[in-house]
Design a protein around this ligand. Structure first.
Ligand SMILES: [Zn+2]
Length: 232
């Protein structure tokens, strides 16, 4: 009787360890990066939905005049439309991220379709600049199970953002955009802007004010890669 009881206890213990070991060996849950924790006063400016023939050059000029590096999450369809502007971004030394080929609503795509869109975007960037992007930002920040699987299969790290001044909204003036960043910013943030999409005049206008302000506050501007290195 005692032996039976001991056997039962051993079986339970074995099952417990077997389950824990299995749980450990399962792939970790894929987490997008929103920001990093750091005491260093660094922020990453990111621009989505370009390249755009009108607003990307204006943004590049502001960044150049202020010696600020940034990260551009470009759409492959826009890269094919404006290859010269894409090459200008790359030559200026900014980091290039993949935002997919088209700005799809990812909720409506299958895992395979998301994967194909990511790879098509990747090919456009590679063909035009020779750069193989390392980071992917899903349109709208959508992260369904299918998107996560597609991203893992494609080998990208997913970068979201921690500050969104909603600069795509035509109702937001430059001063509203600047004010919302100034209010919320803290070390390690990833700030979301758009160089493509609708009318990004308000983004261009807010940018100079924000760069000046953040520098006065002691912030340094880095690319997404440099930001991730700062977390080590
Ligand atoms: Zn977008």
């Amino acid at each position: 009787m005692r032996c039976v009881r001991l056997a039962c206890v051993l079986a339970i213990v074995f099952c417990f360890f077997a389950t824990s070991t299995a749980a450990v060996s399962v792939h970790p849950v894929y987490e997008p990066i929103h920001r990093i924790d750091t005491p260093k006063k660094v922020v990453a400016l990111t621009f989505d939905d370009g390249p755009d023939a009108v607003y990307t050059p204006q943004i590049l000029e502001v960044l150049h005049n202020n010696h600020v590096p940034a990260t551009f999450f470009v759409l492959g369809s826009q890269v094919d439309k404006y290859p010269k502007v894409m090459q200008w971004i790359a030559k200026a030394g900014h980091e290039i991220g993949n935002h997919g080929y088209r700005h799809h609503d990812l909720h409506k795509l299958t895992e395979q379709e998301v994967y194909d869109d990511i790879k098509q975007g990747e090919r456009s960037i590679l063909r035009t600049t020779g750069i193989l992007a390392q980071y992917y930002r899903p349109p709208g920040g959508v992260m369904t199970h299918d998107v996560m699987n597609a991203v893992q299969a494609s080998g990208y790290d997913v970068i979201h953002w921690s500050i969104d001044p909603r600069d795509w909204s035509l109702a937001r003036t430059a001063s509203v955009i600047a004010k919302s960043v100034k209010r919320d910013v803290s070390p390690g943030d990833i700030i979301l802007f758009h160089d493509g999409g609708l009318n990004q005049r308000q983004t261009v206008a807010a940018l100079q004010e924000l760069i000046t302000y953040l520098r006065q506050q002691g912030y340094r501007f880095v690319t997404v890669s440099q930001l991730l290195e700062a977390s080590n």
